[in-house]
Design a protein around this ligand. Sequence first.
Ligand code: IPE
Ligand code: IPE
Ligand code: MG
Length: 230
Amino acid sequence: MESQTAPGLHVAIIMDGNGRWANQRGLPRLAGHRVGVEAVRHTVEAAPGLGIKVLTLYAFSADNWRRPPREVSALMRLLGHYLTQETDRCIATGVQLEAIGRRDRLPASVVRMIEDAERHTIGGGKLRLRLAIDYSARHAIVEAASRAQGQGAEAWSKLLGPDVDLLIRTSGEQRLSDFLLWESAYAEIVFTSRMWPEFSARDLADAVAEFHRRDRRFGAIAGSNSRRTA
Ligand code: IPE
Ligand code: IPE
Ligand code: MG
């Protein structure tokens, strides 16, 4: 069995439930998104200590453009704040920040903040933090297909990203909502009823502990725990 602190885990999180968390408290949905940013901070801080090397957070899906314009612009503003405020902390704590997803539909100011954050945090070796913004796995796969013609699965993984070890979705929903469909081929999935604004370092540790209790077989025989890819 792998040790609890085995390095190199790729954990991906569908951060869901901000709106419902706020509604349950008679607050506007935006209040849920704001507190959700705090949960992101706790999660990023706790990740390296749990053996997580890559953390991919679903922040805004390609389908989230379908929300009311006021909510969309509030989310874009929050993303911008997060990127500018967290860059220094990321540099100090060895976090390399990058965004995945489309950039051609984002406000120019957000693109600029993404590029600045990426440039300034390059080389951070503690944790690779990937924020999925205007992200659609289907779109990413179609893009990769046009660039990887005739090449093998390894080239696809390079174009798309590392395999996911553990996929967490909060808020009780049990679906993938177009997130990392290729990369999650053998991901262990943990669904928790916790709403994202209340997600804590403890919840992350519990999910990682649950991951380590699972027997990953990758199509082989029980107990072999043989990794398919590096
Ligand atoms: C997740 O919370 C954040 C984003 C999708 C941006 P939601 O906003 O989806 O919250 P619910 O699902 O409506 O509660
Ligand atoms: C998925 O959550 C996207 C993010 C968490 C950013 P949604 O709340 O948008 O997904 P659905 O609509 O419930 O599937
Ligand atoms: Mg939702």
